[in-house]
Design a protein around this ligand. Structure first.
Ligand code: ZN
Length: 291
C-alpha cells in the first residue's frame, strides 16, 4: 500500500512516501514559511507521487475533534501565519484521499509504539525535549486526545532549590518547557547545551525537572515505557540521572517489574529521528483502515 506522510514542524516540513510496514521510498524536506508558500509545493509532491491515504503529524495546538467545525485546523499556534489554517482540508480537497491527523508528538509516539522503542506496547509516552517540550501519549492502544490534546510539556513543576531562573514560558513561571527546554537551559546557564556538557550541575537540574514530569506521567497514565527524545537528550548523561531521580521521587511507591528495571523502562528512541515521519505514515494507515 502506497501511503503519504507529512511531519509538519514549526521550522521544517518532512514529506515521505512509504508503506504500512514503515518502508520509506522517497522523502522531501521544505522550510516552513507561510501556508500560502508552503502548502502548494507539498500538495504537488503528493500529486506527483500518488498515495492511497495521507497522515499528518502536526505542530499545534490543533483541533482533533472530528465533530468540530474546525477539525483538522492548526488553531492558536504562536506561529502566527499558521493560525486557523485548515491543513487537513487543504490536502483533502486537492488529493481526495483519506487524511489522518494528529499532533506531532502523538505521531512520534505512534511511530515508536509501532516500529521503535515501545514496539507492540499498548501504553507508552514519548517526550521530546528540544526547542520546546512535547509529549505524545498512547493509552490502551489509542493516542490520547480528550478535550483538546495533552499539552504535558507545560505541566507545572516544583523548582529546584538552586534555580533562580525566571523561566522561559510566557504563560507559566514554572512549567517543564519553560524550565527545561533548550532555550531555558541556554538562557539560564548562558551557553549552548553542547558547551555545557561537562557541567554536572546543569544536567542534575535538567534531570530533576524531567524526572518530575516522568513521575507525574507514571502516576497518571501508567505507561509501560517512557521514551525520551529530542535534541537535548543527545546529552546522554541525562538518562541515568533521570532514572535515578525518578526512583528517588517515587520512593518505592510503585512496585512493578518495570520499576525494577528503569534502564529499559526510561529509554532513548528506537528510530533515531524517524519516529515522526513513520508515525505520520501510520496515521495514514489508520485513517485508511479506520483502525
Ligand atoms: Zn508553560
Amino acid at each position: 500500500m502506497r501511503l503519504g506522510a507529512l511531519e509538519a514542524g514549526g521550522t521544517k516540513m518532512v514529506l515521505a512516501i512509504g508503506d504500512e510496514n514503515g518502508h520509506i521510498e522517497k522523502r522531501m524536506t521544505l522550510p516552513t514559511r507561510t501556508p500560502e508558500e508552503t502548502i502548494p509545493p507539498m500538495i504537488a509532491f503528493f500529486q506527483e507521487n500518488p498515495v492511497e491515504a495521507l497522515g499528518i503529524a502536526c505542530f499545534g495546538p490543533v483541533d482533533l475533534d472530528k465533530t468540530s467545525p474546525t477539525y483538522g485546523y492548526i488553531t492558536s499556534t504562536p506561529k502566527l501565519a499558521w493560525q486557523n489554517t485548515d491543513i487537513v482540508g487543504a490536502f483533502k480537497n486537492a488529493l481526495h484521499i483519506p487524511v489522518g491527523f494528529d499532533t506531532d508528538v502523538n505521531g512520534s509516539c505512534l511511530g515508536e509504539a509501532t516500529f521503535g522503542a515501545a514496539k507492540g506496547l499498548s501504553d507508552a509516552v514519548y517526550i521530546t525535549v528540544g526547542t520546546g517540550v512535547g509529549m505524545g501519549i498512547l493509552s490502551g492502544g489509542q493516542l490520547i486526545h480528550g478535550m483538546m490534546h495533552p499539552e504535558a510539556g507545560h505541566m507545572l513543576l516544583t523548582k529546584h532549590p538552586n534555580d533562580t531562573y525566571k523561566g522561559h514560558c510566557p504563560f507559566h513561571a514554572n512549567c517543564l518547557e519553560g524550565l527545561a527546554a533548550g532555550p531555558a537551559v541556554e538562557e539560564r546557564w548562558g551557553a549552548k547545551g553542547i558547551e555545557l556538557a561537562p557541567r554536572a550541575e546543569v544536567w542534575e537540574m535538567e534531570a530533576y525537572y524531567l524526572a518530575q514530569a516522568v513521575v507525574s506521567l507514571i502516576l497518571t497514565v501508567s505507561p509501560k515505557r517512557v521514551i525520551l527524545g529530542g535534541g537535548l537528550m543527545h546529552q546522554r548523561q541525562l538518562y541515568p540521572l533521570v532514572r535515578e531521580q525518578v526512583k528517588t521521587l517515587l520512593n518505592g511507591y510503585i512496585r512493578t517489574p518495570q520499576m525494577a528495571d528503569l534502564e529499559h523502562y526510561i529509554t532513548e528512541p528506537g528510530l533515531g529521528d524517524d519516529q515522526g515521519i513513520l508515525g505520520a505514515l501510520m496515521l495514514a494507515e489508520k485513517e485508511r483502515t479506520h483502525a
